[in-house]
Write a protein that binds this ligand. Structure first.
Ligand SMILES: Nc1nc2c(ncn2[C@@H]2O[C@H](COP(=O)(O)OP(=O)(O)O)[C@@H](O)[C@H]2O)c(=O)[nH]1
Ligand SMILES: [Mg+2]
Length: 292
């Protein structure tokens, strides 16, 4: 009991420090996670597992969680979700397997679920499992995840398959180029998983701080529009950690994000569209997709 109390105190301190930008504190949003069906009581960190289909995501999930897992549905959806946990070092990690997707543009229910989890749950770490033999195709999702969060570990899986096809991936170079840790693995044979756990814990605890690569958009008008919108979003939604990504999605006319702005779902917000006007956010432009 006493231990539980200590733990509660710890979480409270962590959350307030997290708001102040403490690098070693949990980044997840417990209230939003609850809405997304994830209870963080008794867990220190939440880790999301993302990746294209058939990259070995479930194999990684099973290897890390063993028997400590269960499946259910995503709240309000008929899509299955596997959830499990593991201990590493001093901490308890909850692992959530996201649907396998090629992108996060929310054009399918699976993509919407994966994106909403990363965007609103703000997992402490998002592990993106990629197929070493099909890296180019897989990087599309990686780059989209990097637009949303810095807290990423790349699990470069199927290294054995890649080798069979005479493909060798320079994982250090990849880590340098992407600006986040990259861990080569052969999940089917449990190779590299210790290193994967170490990388996850370093990102979760803030020991590793990434400077992720962001795709550069060179059109000056787009640049201008993005910066204008970024400052408006930051002013209206100071808690949103990825204003640039939100700006890009708004400019693309993304209905879900426009609605999230209007409803105030973008991070624990209570603003409505009426008082957004007062805050100077150009909602008409948002609604029309902000034509350039
Ligand atoms: N050769 C090899 N096969 C793997 C590896 N990881 C997973 N697999 C196999 O790839 C197939 C798809 O894996 P699965 O975990 O279901 O992929 P998911 O669709 O991403 O969840 C299964 O037959 C796995 O046994 C790996 O590192 N090497
Ligand atoms: Mg799977």
């Amino acid at each position: 009991m006493e231990k539980d109390l200590n733990k509660t105190n710890q979480v409270e301190i962590s959350e307030s420090q997290a708001q102040a930008g403490c690098a070693s504190c949990p980044a997840h949003n417990a209230a939003n996670l609850q809405k997304l069906g994830v209870d963080m009581e008794n867990w220190d960190f939440v880790v999301a597992l993302a990746g294209n289909p058939n990259t070995g995501k479930s194999t990684v999930f099973n290897a890390l969680t063993g028997l400590h897992q269960h499946t259910g549905n995503w709240p309000g959806k008929t899509v299955t979700r596997a959830e499990g946990g593991f201990d590493y070092g001093e901490n308890r990690y909850k692992l959530v397997d996201l649907p396998g997707t090629y992108s996060l543009l929310a054009t399918s229910l699976d993509e919407e679920i994966a994106r909403d989890f990363i965007l609103f749950g703000q997992p402490d770490v998002t592990v993106v499992v990629v197929d070493a033999a099909r890296l180019e195709r897989n990087l599309n999702l990686v780059l989209q995840v990097l637009e949303i969060t810095n807290r990423v570990v790349i699990c470069l899986n199927l290294v054995d398959e890649a080798e069979r096809h005479n493909i060798s991936v320079d994982d250090r170079r990849l880590a340098r180029d992407l600006g986040v840790p990259v861990v080569p693995t052969v999940a089917r044979y449990d190779e590299g998983l210790e290193e994967l756990l170490a990388a996850i814990s370093e990102v979760a605890s803030g020991k590793t701080q990434a400077t992720p690569y962001h795709v550069k958009y060179t059109h000056p008008k787009l640049d201008q529009a993005v910066s204008k919108l970024v400052s408006q979003i930051q002013e209206a939604f100071p808690q949103v950690p990825n204003a640039r990504w939100v700006a890009l999605r708004l400019l693309d006319g993304d209905e879900r994000i426009i609605k999230a702005v209007e409803k105030g779902d973008l991070g624990e917000l209570t603003y409505t569209v009426e008082n957004l006007d007062g805050l100077g956010v150009d909602t008409v432009a948002l609604k029309s997709g902000f034509r350039l």
